[in-house]
Design a binder for this molecule. Structure first.
Ligand SMILES: Nc1ncnc2c1ncn2[C@@H]1O[C@H](COP(=O)(O)OP(=O)(O)OP(=O)(O)O)[C@@H](O)[C@H]1O
Length: 586
């Protein structure tokens, strides 16, 4: 029942709808009291042999009117109560989605996609059922139950009523005993469902790798293990739940037996009439449904409560990137001043970056290179405000980037990540994703800079070509160039290329870079790369190793320093020459 108080914020908001719904339910319950009474009266008039046509007609017309009124009232409560539960569903769904949009990188490292999807679908459905069928069952069983008990007492006999309903207390005891166990079982069952979701999502996304490594059979077996775990959790929750319904039948059986014994005696001793006993038994039959409803209500509430816990856990996660009050919404073009004294990833004691500083004026290009795992992407992560907790500062136009409104700040950046993401729509919409009103000419110009225009024009549908889910119909190099065109189109103040040309050959890469340089004379560009030829023309190059800058300068200066840069550059140049020679020989 605790779930009702935890959802009280919603019930307060929708109190009018619920009030109308519950009043309609009460009226339906009052209507329910009438037919057994009429039946009892008719039976008595038959046994007393004083039945008249007029009496019969009046009673039949009353029954008919009661049926029509009940129809209308039932329609009303369904509309009010079920309608409100869909409002809760919409509210929770949009809260969760907004929350997902707000969360930072750490959140997405902690929670897996399949898990988040299970929360957004299965768990929300379970909570919605509390606000719809849950409220209905609770109100209906309480109202019907109480009205039947009142009618049995008032119209027949209080002693008999007390005796008939006393065994029902056993149900309350059982509910208390099973409550916590069912809650835990449902929580496990929902968690197991999340794992299946994760597994399915991972296998479908990684299907190419699975097939290439011939791991389909192993993966199927792995999937079956997840399903078995889920089934086991479900079985446990249904086993606990199944202890409830038979108990209801047993208790009702006891009540009926007591009624027949003591009711029969009462008739024989002429304390009640046969008609009253028939009414009493009909009322008891009406009591059956609320009793069974308690069982399903119990199931529904515990499931909803376990799901609400899971949703609340997600909603309580805080993003480490927080909005400051009075944040600046205008981000000027100005000096980028990067001075990080120290930074560690959340929940990681190791220092990922320390003593990294550089300055970049608008129009300049910075190259970031270094051995793998050195810290290139971490520098970019801080620039992208994936994390705001570090010692030091990053200023743009003399203002700390943490003081800018996050969206306004990110709007000024064009970021092309190592692994790019394409949406399953056509090429044109993918290019103009951040600027959906861009003209065809602008789309073509951006694609030209990214050296993609010629490729697209060769495709039968040109810019209308559908890229397929996750861009599966494009080559790796085409996907990278499309992501660059997308970033170029928004004409960002800061363009960040994070090893984003690794899938194109070095000649095409130089070609694209010289076009980018020509196109972006006012903008700042940062290129992180493992291939050093990518940063040759940069105004400044930093070599990052073990989280700090170990070399700094222009291409020529670094070659003269005879350190990691010079060694790696010479090695890569020799490899390229060798590859070129081998290609010519072929
Ligand atoms: N999310 C994270 N949580 C904890 N540690 C991380 C995280 N991301 C990166 N690291 C660690 O930070 C260090 C720097 O990683 P980073 O990805 O910045 O290197 P990189 O130079 O970009 O490497 P590569 O060239 O291989 O992409 C590595 O030791 C890495 O393990």
């Amino acid at each position: 029942m605790g779930i009702f108080s935890r959802l009280s914020w919603f019930f307060k908001h929708q109190w009018k709808q619920y009030l109308i719904g519950v009043v309609a339910l009460i009226l339906v319950a009052i209507c329910n009291v009438i037919p057994p009474r009429i039946i009892g009266n008719v039976v008595d008039s038959v046994s007393n042999k004083n039945m008249t046509v007029r009496f019969l007609v009046i009673n039949m017309v009353t029954l008919f009117i009661v049926a029509i009124v009940q129809y209308l009232l039932r329609f009303l409560w369904q509309k009010m109560i079920y309608g409100s539960s869909y409002v809760l569903e919409r509210d929770l769904r949009s809260r969760l989605f907004h929350h997902f949009m707000k969360m930072d990188k750490t959140f997405y490292q902690k929670w897996r996609t399949g898990d988040l999807m299970a929360h957004a679908t299965n768990d929300i459905d379970a909570v919605r059922d509390v606000a719809g069928p849950g409220i209905l069952t609770l109100a209906d069983s309480l109202i019907t139950g109480l009205s039947m008990i009142l009618a049995m007492g008032m119209f027949v006999n209080w002693k008999m009523t007390l005796m008939a309903v006393l065994p029902l207390l056993l149900l309350a005891v059982m509910a208390n005993v099973l409550g916590n166990k069912i809650h835990v079982a449902f929580r496990d069952s929902q968690a197991a469902f999340s794992s299946i979701n994760n597994k399915t999502q991972e296998s479908v996304v990684g299907i190419k790798v699975l097939k290439a490594l011939g791991q389909e059979t192993e993966d199927e077996a792995d999937f079956d293990r997840y399903v078995d775990k889920n089934i086991k959790a479900n079985k446990r929750s249904y086993r606990l739940d199944a202890m409830f319904d038979p108990l209801t039948t047993l208790i009702m059986g006891i009540s009926y037996t007591l009624t027949i014994i003591f009711g029969g005696l009462a008739v024989l001793q002429q304390r009640i009439t046969i008609g009253q006993l028939v009414s009493f038994i009909t009322y008891m039959a009406e009591l059956m449904w609320p009793m069974y409803a308690v069982g399903s209500l119990f199931n529904l509430l515990e499931r909803g409560s376990a799901s609400y816990d899971r949703i609340s856990d997600l909603l309580n996660e805080k993003s480490s990137v927080v909005k400051t009050k009075d944040s600046f919404t205008t981000v000027p073009s100005g000096l980028l001043d990067f001075q990080i004294d120290s930074f560690s990833y959340p929940d990681d004691k190791k220092i990922a970056l320390h003593d990294v500083d550089f300055k970049l004026r608008p129009g300049q290009t910075l190259g970031i290179v270094g051995p793998t795992g050195g810290g290139k992407s971490t520098i970019i992560s801080l620039l992208m405000r994936d994390f705001d907790h570090y010692q030091g500062f990053i200023n743009v136009g003399k203002v700390d980037i943490r003081k800018y409104d996050l969206n306004s700040y990110l709007d000024t950046i064009g970021y092309v990540p190592q692994t790019n993401f394409l949406f399953s729509t056509d090429i044109r919409d993918n290019v103009r994703f951040a600027n959906i009103d861009a003209t065809q000419e602008e789309v073509e110009q951006a694609s030209f800079v990214a050296d993609l225009d010629a490729d697209i024009k060769q495709m039968p549908d040109g810019y209308d070509t559908q890229v397929g889910e996750l861009g599966v119909s494009l080559s790796g190099g085409q996907k990278q160039r499309l992501a660059i065109a997308r970033a170029i189109l928004s004409n960002p103040k800061l363009l960040i290329l994070d090893d984003s040309l690794s899938a194109v050959d070095s000649k095409t890469e130089r070609h694209i870079e010289s076009r980018i340089a020509k196109n972006r004379q006012q903008g700042t560009t940062i290129i992180a790369a493992s291939r050093l030829s990518s940063v040759e023309d940069a105004d400044e190059i930093i070599v990052v190793e073990d989280g700090t800058i170990v070399e700094k300068g222009t291409h020529q200066e670094l070659l003269h320093q005879a350190g990691w840069y010079a060694d790696t550059y010479n090695l890569q140049a020799r490899n390229e020459q060798l590859e070129g020679r081998l290609n010519n020989e072929k």
